[in-house]
Design a protein around this ligand. Structure first.
Ligand code: SAH
Ligand code: SF4
Ligand code: F3S
Length: 465
């Protein structure tokens, strides 16, 4: 580790060199939790004197918030770093500065190895230490290669600054709020327990304060996030242990909060209280992302999902009994080690029996350090390709059928932003599809009753009802 100046000297030198605020460009890969984290990192940097830019050419600090879930996702970072290297070189030749930071799950998984492979990187910071980002940056600007991947003992959320009200308003009328992080489930294909650490729930008090702040900034819809969001629990003001269902009821009482969602949930953590919230809480949108991964009990067992296909189907029956209008979404992996044609047929079977409004499907990607990577019976890439294509064909059919079934229906839409075409506004249906209406129908932040006139691609078009 090379240190050319103390923190204070380095900061003073840079401050003397430029009067305008330093600018940060953040690029986000991966899941919604990374989207949320990128915002919180930006907030921390803004509180430290940076301004944010969406032009990488203008940035003094380039931060890549990375994803490690599949090999392709992780490798994207290195190709991006290739481009950034040239940019940094010409910046430095012109006497300027460009600090390159890697955050997120690749940072946590690979640590210092990233700097070895890509010396252009100045800073590597894991998801549990984002509150230390401003200090880490001061060191990096002083010429030190900084790696921060320890799990912090202090609660990062207590130390991360909240965005200003104007910034909340600028981000729009929908917002993410992470309530739970990490995972203790150790599915044998998955890196998340290693990149995000063990399961932690944020305290009720902290969540309510953040939600109130969002609402005061004009947010109408909040999506609670967690790798296993329905495993969230915490002590309520009544001294009892609250689950996600109870939390959702409490959040719905906040003035201004009209719609609530949550993602991603695990089938084993869907409890009665949460199912009851889908029945009784009008603000909770009738949409559920509930990954099953495979329809084969043999593969589910090898994946350590700890439930059977029938358990999943019975669970969905209970959820649909409570809320018949619910739209199902899911995740699937094809080509897990040992997956036979018959196992794959079982996956197609569970898809047919469930009926999804929308879903994500992936080819199994062997991840370093996970038990799946060492299993026997890795499936040939060509077989994975073929299975993925068949699965996606079926899922697409179901998605189209769902979209078609919305035509003629009347429901409320939250208007979020101007649509691509002038004169039109875009929002979302209760089931998360984009909905386009004429701008005369209302304003951004309004919840308006509409009737669907047609479905085109994955977008619904509507008129005021
Ligand atoms: N916590 C969530 C999933 C988070 S990861 C859950 O348990 O449902 C998001 C999705 O990526 C997973 O649902 C899975 O479908 C996919 N995925 C995870 N690891 C993968 C791997 N090694 N190869 C392919 N897909 C993977
Ligand atoms: Fe990964 Fe399984 Fe945890 Fe989901 S539940 S994050 S798939 S280990
Ligand atoms: Fe990727 Fe990490 Fe999310 S591995 S999917 S960014 S939790």
């Amino acid at each position: 580790m090379e240190q050319v100046a103390t923190q204070d000297e380095a900061a003073a030198a840079v401050d003397a060199g430029s009067q305008s605020p330093r600018r940060v460009f953040v690029k986000t890969y991966g899941c919604q939790m990374n989207v949320y984290d990128s915002q919180r990192m930006t907030d921390a940097l803004v509180a430290d004197g940076y301004s944010s830019t969406d032009r990488i050419e203008d940035a003094d600090l380039v931060l890549l918030n990375t994803c490690h879930i599949r090999e392709k996702a992780a490798e994207k970072v290195y190709s991006e770093l290739g481009r950034i290297r040239d940019m940094k070189r010409s910046r430095e030749q012109a006497g300027g500065e460009m600090i390159v930071g890697i955050a997120g799950c690749v940072a946590q998984a690979e640590g210092r190895e990233i700097i070895r492979r890509a010396p252009v990187v100045d800073l590597v910071i894991g998801p549990q230490t984002y509150h230390r980002l401003p200090d880490a940056l001061r060191k990096a600007r002083g010429g030190e290669k900084v790696v921060e991947t320890d799990y912090a003992v202090e609660d990062k959320f207590e130390h991360l600054p909240q965005p200003k009200r104007a910034e909340i308003a600028r981000r729009g009328v929908t917002a993410f709020l992470s309530v739970q992080e990490g995972c203790d489930k150790f599915c044998t294909f998955c890196v998340v327990p290693y990149t995000r650490g063990s399961e932690v729930s944020r305290p009720v008090r902290q969540i309510l304060a953040e939600a109130e702040r969002l609402a005061a900034g004009g947010v109408r819809e909040i999506t609670l996030l967690g790798q296993n969001v329905n495993a969230w629990h915490g002590e309520g003001p009544d001294g009892r242990d609250w689950g996600l269902g109870r939390l959702l009821f409490r959040l719905a009482e906040i003035p201004g909060v009209a719609r609530l969602r949550y993602t991603t949930s695990h089938p084993r953590d869907m409890n009665d209280e949460l199912i009851a919230a889908h029945r009784d809480l009008g603000a909770l949108m009738p949409y559920l992302h509930l990954p099953v991964q495979s329809g084969s009990d043999r593969i589910l067992k090898a994946m350590n999902r700890r439930h059977k296909a029938e358990d999943y189907l019975r669970l969905i029956e209970r959820i649909r009994a409570a809320q018949p209008s619910i739209a199902m979404s899911g995740d699937f992996i094809v080509g897990f080690p040992g997956e036979t044609d018959a196992d794959f047929e079982d996956t197609l079977g569970i898809v047919r029996r469930t009926g999804y409004a929308q879903a994500f499907s992936f080819k199994y990607s062997a991840r370093p350090g996970t038990p799946g990577a060492d299993m026997k019976g890795h499936v040939a890439e060509t077989v994975k390709d073929e299975r993925l294509q068949r699965l996606q064909g079926l899922l697409n059919e179901q998605q189209e059928a769902f979209l078609r079934s919305r035509v003629g229906l009347a429901f409320d839409v939250l208007i979020e932003k101007p649509a691509r075409r002038p004169g039109q506004l875009a929002g979302r249906s209760p089931w998360l599809q984009p909905v386009v209406v004429d701008e005369t129908a209302g304003g951004i932040g309004d919840i308006i009753p509409v009737r669907i006139t047609k479905a085109e691609g994955t977008t619904l078009f509507a008129e005021p009802a």
